[in-house]
Design a binder for this molecule. Structure first.
Ligand code: NAD
Length: 714
């Protein structure tokens, strides 16, 4: 054995072949600080081995290397930029040192080779993969660019335009695609991987493969003519500017780095990569996106734990109500493999529910993403019903009938008497207290909220609402069912609006106040979309939710939190509702909705809306003021939810907003936004508006956090 560490080993086999194996103890293979130390030792060991003739890089795991250890990033990235450059250079130097070993190197790639894993393969002379391989450089998804030579080597191996496409989308490619792009030298069946890679290495050792020339191409400037250079980079920059936009600086920094490095050798190009990486590591977007990755791990980890703990496995489900939500829930359950009974009170509704599911499936079949056979099997998984007869053996019921407490109370009591003793009953209510609904069921421990978002097939969030008497087993089983449906469940405690609506409605209230002071709703929408980054501004979002639904929710919130969210005099949302401007559902809300000559949807600010919103004289507000006035109430309410334990952790609070509301990912969620601004700065900003009402007043808890310099994420 030349070297044996906790993650890496190097062993001299027959014929002078050194096997450099990644096989981390108790973990997937990844590049963390400890692995880097071992990597340096392996390179030294190979260099010092006089009998070595070639190096075979392998993985002892079912997957090659998943990338760098992202959990180390945020702490390291706190260093000043000037210190980050030498830090990342230390890393890229190890890859260079490995690449410079004066022996041929061949890597055998199985499963994932992502980020640093892909960069490891790029530092080798030949890449042989098995058909399970999935390879790529996803760093842009974290607001970064590759930092271990990816921007230097990939363009020199597969061409600058291909490499930019790979790195700016961050996509993972299948073995065949990577072979076609020129990244891989061979693709074989998994059982032949080692033998094929060994054979290639033996040929290189025997001089039958010219590994030196192949390696040399990675050490020299890019082979592009001046015209090709201009064409390639200008086209790519134009596309990236249009697609990524100003809020996501990583892809543009990455392309500019490759462009500047095009005429340089490896050392020059690598110095630019080191600098570009360090710059991106210090951006707020990178902090937010890395934070999101970790928050997603928290949500996934909790769902996984619940699946293990759940004593009840959901093999069969039922949904009551075949409306917008019931139809969507039936589709999602059936599509992800849990058969579901869909019950309504009339045939027409059932037909509508089934046609909703069929419509989603047909679109996928038309796009070639689904076979007709799978479509048929999904539809077969949905059993339409007008009675409770087919409810036998159902593990979970999701009630999704009309939002009326009396109807729901009746339906919940009725269904409970038709299902087994251990069937869990849930409600998809958006506004009615779970504890109130629990009064209509006998088995209160087996009852909770299961709040999906519209459209169910697209929105990832499910709020699992724990009532006072809901048991842990019930919560675990419902979380596991939501995860099985491909959703991201977040457990919240019962309160008016639960978590998402509770933090959304103070934001809407702030919007109403701003309109009453003379702000133009189109100007507010523009700022919140273009500057803040929301997928739609508040006026558009209210139209999409439905002005009637929003008006109803406002009533619920004001009853729940009268001092903070009391009814607003002359609320523009109520005014629109009273004038039958219900939003998208009847084609008129803040905006008028229609179709152009080609049948494409149109949206025009409605003159009638301006007339209905009887406001004072129009007034201009600065971008900063609009953002502050709308976002302070939302952030304050998220903090209150954390302090009251409505939601467990800052990670889940942020993920909930991303998954449930489309909070701009580059901002990472409300708490990440708060911490990026800095608690002291936020408090100073909020105090300026404190006279506007309680929604602007920060909690004592936040002041204490700021005074002690604490973070919500620890
Ligand atoms: P919907 O009006 O589209 O559908 C309700 C369905 O329930 C209708 O098909 C109706 O025939 C059926 N129904 C009424 N009484 C019934 C009974 N006794 N038994 C069986 N079916 C019965 O409503 P929706 O938008 O799908 O909303 C359903 C629930 O989901 C509501 O509680 C709503 O608050 C909640 N929700 C809605 C949304 C949304 O955006 N639409 C989002 C989240 C949650």
């Amino acid at each position: 054995m030349l070297f044996q560490g906790k993650s890496l080993s190097a062993q001299l086999l027959d014929d002078g072949i050194v096997e450099f194996k990644f096989d981390a103890q108790g973990s997937v293979n990844k590049f963390d600080q400890a692995t880097f130390k071992e990597y340096i030792a392996v390179v030294d060991a190979i260099k010092n081995c006089s009998e070595a003739k070639g190096v075979l890089v392998t993985s002892g795991k079912s997957t090659f290397i998943v990338g760098a250890d992202i959990t180390e990033f945020l702490e390291i990235f706190k260093k000043p930029e000037a210190e980050l450059v030498p830090w990342i250079k230390q890393g890229s130097d190890v890859f260079d040192a490995f690449e410079d070993i004066a022996l041929p190197t061949v890597v055998a790639i199985n499963g994932f080779a992502l980020g640093g894993g892909c960069e490891m393969t790029l530092a080798c002379d030949y890449r042989v993969a098995d058909s399970s391989c999935s390879i790529g450089l996803p760093e842009v998804k974290l607001g970064l660019m590759p930092g271990f030579g990816g921007t230097v080597r990939l363009p020199r191996v597969i061409g600058a335009d291909n490499a930019i496409e790979w790195m700016s989308t961050g996509k993972a490619y299948k073995a065949e695609q990577a072979m076609a792009a020129g990244l891989l030298d061979a693709v074989v069946a998994p059982e032949h991987l080692r033998e094929a890679a060994l054979k290639m290495l033996q040929q290189a050792i025997a001089g039958k493969l010219d590994w030196r020339t192949k390696r040399q191409a990675k050490l020299l400037p890019l082979t592009l003519s001046p015209t090709e250079t201009i064409m390639t980079f200008n086209t790519c920059k134009g596309m990236i500017a249009a697609k990524a936009g100003k809020h996501y600086p990583a892809p543009m920094t990455m392309v500019k780095t490759i462009e500047a490095a095009a005429g340089l050798d490896r050392a020059g190009a690598m110095a630019l990569e080191n600098a570009g990486f360090a710059t991106l590591a210090k951006t707020d977007a990178a902090t937010a996106q890395i934070g999101l990755f970790m928050a997603d791990q928290v949500v996934k980890g909790k769902a996984k734990k619940a699946s293990k703990q759940a004593t009840k496995v959901v093999d069969k489900a039922a949904v009551l109500g075949a409306g917008i939500m019931g139809g969507g829930i039936a589709y999602q359950s059936a599509y992800t493999g849990t058969p579901i009974v869909m019950k309504d009170i009339n045939d027409q509704a059932l037909e509508l529910g089934l046609s909703t599911a069929a419509g989603i499936l047909t679109k996928q079949v038309d796009r070639g993403r689904l076979s007709a056979k799978k479509m048929a099997s999904v539809l077969n998984n949905i059993t339409p019903a007008l009675s409770y007869d087919s409810m036998q053996g159902v593990d979970v019921v999701v009630e999704a009938v009309v939002e009326n407490p009396k109807v729901k109370a009746m339906v919940l009591a009725e269904v409970e008497s038709h299902v087994g003793e251990d069937t869990i009953v849930t409600s998809n209510t958006s506004t009615i207290s779970i504890d109130l609904l629990a009064e209509s069921v006998k088995r209160k421990d087996k009852f909770c909220g299961m709040h999906f978002f519209n459209p169910v097939n697209k929105m990832p969030l499910v709020e699992v609402i724990r009532g006072k008497e809901t048991s842990d087993e019930t919560v675990a089983a419902v979380v596991a069912y939501a995860a099985k449906m491909g959703k991201s469940p977040i457990v919240v405690n019962d309160c008016p609006g639960f978590y998402i609506n509770r933090v959304l409605f103070p934001y809407f209230a702030a919007f109403s106040y701003l309109l009453l002071e003379g702000a133009d709703f189109t100007a507010v929408d523009k700022v919140m979309e273009k500057q803040f980054g929301w997928p739609m501004g508040p006026a558009h979002l209210l139209d999409v939710i439905g002005i009637d639904t929003a008006d109803h929710c406002t009533g619920v919130m004001s009853a729940g939190f009268p001092s903070r969210m009391g009814k607003i005099d002359n609320d523009p949302v109520s005014a629109l509702y009273n004038n039958q401007r219900l939003g998208q559902k009847n084609g008129k809300g803040f905006y008028d909705y229609g179709k152009d000559k080609r049948g494409r949807p149109t949206k025009v600010a409605a003159q009638a809306a301006y007339e209905v919103i009887a406001s004072v004289e129009q007034k201009d507000f600065s971008q900063d003021e609009i953002i502050a006035r709308l976002m302070i109430p939302m952030v304050n309410e998220v903090v209150r939810c954390l302090e009251e334990g409505v939601v467990d952790t800052a990670a889940e609070a942020d993920m909930g907003l991303i998954y449930g509301l489309g909070f701009p990912p580059f901002r990472g969620g409300a708490i990440r936004y708060l911490e990026t601004l800095g608690l002291d700065n936020f408090i100073a900003m909020a105090d300026k508006y404190a006279h506007l009402g309680e929604i602007y007043q920060v909690t004592d808890g936040m002041r204490a956090m700021a005074a002690s310099g604490q973070s919500y994420f620890t």
